[in-house]
Design a protein around this ligand. Structure first.
Ligand code: NAP
Length: 310
């Protein structure tokens, strides 16, 4: 028998979207609970310099920004459960949220679980993860100081990774499957201006090879099918992100890419369930836009709760 009280608002996720939602909700007296995930703070925890979040004239480190947002939420007595959500049941009200050790019930919910890196999906990629293959330059770049590395991808993420790694590594080769980048031209120009960055067009990685750690890759030319091998110390896969929606199963409408489908601002297909940040937004994906959406989601949840029949 579960006697825990029904919460007014639970927020799932603790990046800028979730924590901003929590700060607004606490100040609006909704007494929110944040189920933060085992890794608190979202993608900004994997970032160093944040120079574009307003209010920090000299910039701020990503983890410090998240720590300060959490402290701000705690100042308004937001309660945190540092666990992952495993499943939800939206078929009845109150909604049921099952985390690793608890069953929670709530009248409304904000989902702010963000998105995670996509991998190439090769068997050999798994074998060398953490042993030469990474998806996060900021987290792992240090291990490749003065080494030769590859960045895979042709979007903004790949350019950001290449730019960051060019400051640390001896050489950076950007391997892209086509002959044009989809990244914004300003970023491409910035990367092109780095003397230690080279570009390999029309190429994909077919296999990661080595004994205990990555030593080389097998590459295939996407135009003529020619296969070559290249000695390399590290590969950073930067081909996009996947929204963290697995725990939702068939409870909520998702779009074709698996992001939560929006129904008018922050509303979802289930009345009383709202969404904020990268889990619904694959276009802007900025800390400040996620934070803004977190604020909107709380206002929408507040309006929903006010209109519930007591
Ligand atoms: P993206 O724009 O979807 O780019 C993914 C890149 O990876 C594409 O070049 C794609 O190739 C390539 N790719 C995908 N699957 C591949 C595979 N299996 N093998 C080899 N290559 C593969 O993803 P993103 O770069 O993560 O950016 C996502 C969104 O976030 C964008 O809207 C972007 O503007 C935004 N963003 C912005 C910043 C910023 O600093 N402003 C930074 C990061 C991200 P094709 O081009 O051939 O499809």
């Amino acid at each position: 028998m579960d006697n825990s009280p029904v919460e007014k608002l639970i927020i799932v996720g603790s990046g800028p979207a979730g924590l901003t939602a929590a700060i607004y909700a606490a100040r609006g007296n909704l007494k929110p609970v944040v189920v933060s995930g085992r890794e608190m703070g979202g993608q900004l925890m994997l970032t160093t310099d944040v120079d574009d979040f307003p209010g920090f004239d000299s910039g701020i480190q990503g983890p410090e920004l998240m720590e300060r947002m959490r402290k701000q939420a705690e100042r308004f007595e937001v309660r945190f459960i540092d666990e992952n959500v495993q499943s939800v049941d939206f078929s009845k009200k109150p909604f049921v949220i099952q985390s690793e050790s608890r069953r929670l019930t709530t009248e409304s919910l904000i989902i702010a679980t963000g998105a995670s890196a996509i991998w190439l999906g090769l068997e050999s990629e798994k074998k060398f993860m953490g042993r030469g293959v990474s998806s996060c330059a900021v987290c792992d770049g240090f291990f490749f100081k003065d080494k030769n590395i590859i960045v895979v991808g042709g979007g903004d993420t790949a350019m950001r990774e290449a730019q960051y790694l060019s400051k640390l590594c001896k050489s950076v080769t950007v391997v892209h499957r086509r002959d044009t980048f989809r990244a914004q031209s300003a970023l491409v120009e910035l990367v092109k201006s780095k003397p230690n960055v080279k570009f390999m067009w029309n190429a994909t990685i077919e296999e990661f090879m080595g004994q205990d750690k990555l030593e080389k890759v097998r590459l295939k030319n996407t135009q003529d099918g020619k296969v070559t091998e290249m000695s390399i110390d590290g590969v950073f896969v930067a081909i996009g992100h996947k929204p963290n929606t697995d725990f939702l199963k068939d409870q909520l409408e998702l779009d074709q890419k698996g992001y939560i489908a929006l129904h008018d601002e922050t509303k979802t297909s289930v009345e009383g369930v709202f969404v904020a940040g990268d889990v619904a937004d694959y276009h802007y994906r900025q800390a400040v836009t996620a934070a803004g959406m977190g604020c909107k989601a709380t206002f929408d949840a507040e309006e929903y709760l006010e209109n519930l029949i007591p």
